[in-house]
Design a protein around this ligand. Structure first.
Ligand code: OOG
Ligand code: NI
Length: 457
């Protein structure tokens, strides 16, 4: 049997190769990120050593996330089963309707530390909320079109069933699975509707046309991880890419937090509509783009609340308070920016390990507060990387790739229960995952300290 980690790694590689063929600018972007990362590692030996120690150096070069948008509950439920074969579970619930985008989403990703180290491949997966389309006739039409399509090959459905029955795939089955699964994410030039239908769905919301009018949920971007997003953003124009004006997320900081992202605008691609003549009428569609991201540390609910508040301050400020970048910098001076302060304030999650030999100085026990053990140099704390997404940033990425005026006015409401019913499972709580990782590392460290102490005595 082939491990889920191995299947995920093969699939991510195959997806990356396919997207490189489909969107050559993605190849150029990954090359740019590779150059920037090599330079950062060369200039910052401390960062390099830290990444190396945490096993993060190999993962950096293969790390990608992608995104897809699905049309029906059944598609989402099957997608969950497909990702399960690759060790990916739904984490987090994101309501984008508040930002005028008629979808809600989750991220499929590996959840345990070893799997994340092997390959943290994630897919931001959105489900279209047709119930938010006001025009009833159009909604019914969209439902009819979606109900008729089959986005999964019979081959992949068969292999998912086998995996569920047998608990694994053989080498030959894994190869076939990767090939068949990839078909779902492929781009199709031929729309499944005629030009008039495309137009009316597009006019309701560009995103609706993107989801409803094609044979499958084409992967719409694949995002490499950079160690210096400002440098990569600055170099994008010289590589022929039109970068988004602002980087989403927190400002640049000494201790990076959460996630910063930027993208280049979606391509105008030729498509053909279904028509009476064999050729079909030609049209164009913009959906697929390129994105890069820089990941920082995961924040506790307390840290996240502070982040949300400060981001709100920067976003609400008017132009008379300076350009957005300056307002963001100013707002975030309120956010502590040393690891000690972030830890002491319980704003971020950390992984704790023995700093050296398992020995305790006099007067300190293995059960002492973890902060004391760190202060005395017995234990070291390393920030836990944020593996998830940010709803405000995601909305910004969606919007910049849907063109101007993409934010419709929906009577915004989250519907987590509705999403989970469609998914056929609950989404995992990302904070609970970080919290558990931190708690396990503390317990393991205390245990080795306790044992080391007994041996020494
Ligand atoms: C997904 C946009 C969100 C991210 O990185 O926040 C996203 C989409 O456009 O389908 O990928
Ligand atoms: Ni993305």
């Amino acid at each position: 049997m082939i491990s889920a980690d191995e299947v995920r790694t093969r699939f991510a590689r195959a997806m990356s190769e396919m997207y490189r063929q489909e969107v050559p600018q993605y190849g150029a972007l990954t090359d740019l990120v590779g150059r920037v990362n090599a330079r950062v590692l060369h200039d910052d030996p401390v960062l390099k050593a830290r990444l190396e120690a945490a096993g993060g150096l190999e993962r950096l070069n293969i790390e990608r996330h992608g995104a897809i948008r699905l049309g029906t509950a059944a598609e989402l439920a099957t997608m969950r089963r497909l990702f399960a074969v690759m060790g990916m579970a739904p984490v987090g619930y994101y309501d984008l309707s508040v930002a005028g985008i008629p979808v809600h989403s989750t991220a499929f990703r590996p959840i345990d530390e070893a799997a994340l180290d092997r390959n943290p491949f994630r897919v931001f997966t959105s489900l279209l909320r047709l119930e938010l389309i006001a025009d009833t006739a159009l909604r019914v039409e969209a439902e009819r079109i979606l109900a008729a399509r089959r986005i999964f090959t019979p081959g992949v459905l068969d292999l998912i069933g086998r995996w569920e029955a047998d608990g694994g795939l053989t080498a030959a089955q894994a190869d076939l699975f990767v090939r068949e699964a990839l078909e779902t994410f492929r781009w199709h030039r031929a729309a499944t509707v005629d030009a008039a239908t495309y137009r009316s769905l597009h006019d309701a919301h560009r995103l609706i046309a993107d989801v409803v009018c094609f044979k499958g949920p084409h992967i719409n971007h694949l995002t490499p991880r950079t160690l210096d997003i400002d440098a990569a953003q600055a170099e994008m124009p010289s590589c022929g890419m039109r970068a988004k004006d602002v980087i989403e997320g927190p400002p640049r900081r000494a201790c990076p937090i959460l996630l910063r992202q930027t993208s280049f605008a979606a391509l105008e691609e030729q498509i053909v509509f279904r028509g009476d003549d064999d050729e079909g009428a030609a049209g164009c569609h913009t959906a697929r783009f390129g994105e890069i991201e820089q990941r920082g540390m995961a924040l506790t609910p307390k840290g996240r609340a502070l982040y949300d508040r400060l981001l709100g301050v920067a976003r609400e400020g008017g132009p008379d308070e300076g350009p957005y970048g300056a307002r963001l910098e100013r707002a975030f001076t309120q956010f502590p920016d040393t690891e000690d302060d972030l830890r002491a304030g319980e704003l971020a999650y950390f992984r704790y390990d023995l700093a050296g030999a398992a020995s305790l100085p006099p007067g300190l026990s293995a059960d002492a507060p973890i902060g004391d053990l760190v202060r005395r140099g017995v234990v070291m704390a390393t920030p836990i990387t944020y593996e998830d997404f940010l709803p405000v940033s995601a909305a910004g990425i969606f919007r910049s790739n849907l063109g101007g005026g993409a934010g419709a006015d929906y009577a915004a409401h989250a519907d987590r229960a509705g999403f989970e019913a469609a998914l056929g499972a609950e989404v995992l709580d990302e904070c609970a995952l970080y919290e558990a990782l931190q708690a396990r590392s503390i317990a393991a460290t205390r245990q080795s300290l306790g044992e080391g102490h007994r041996v020494l005595r």
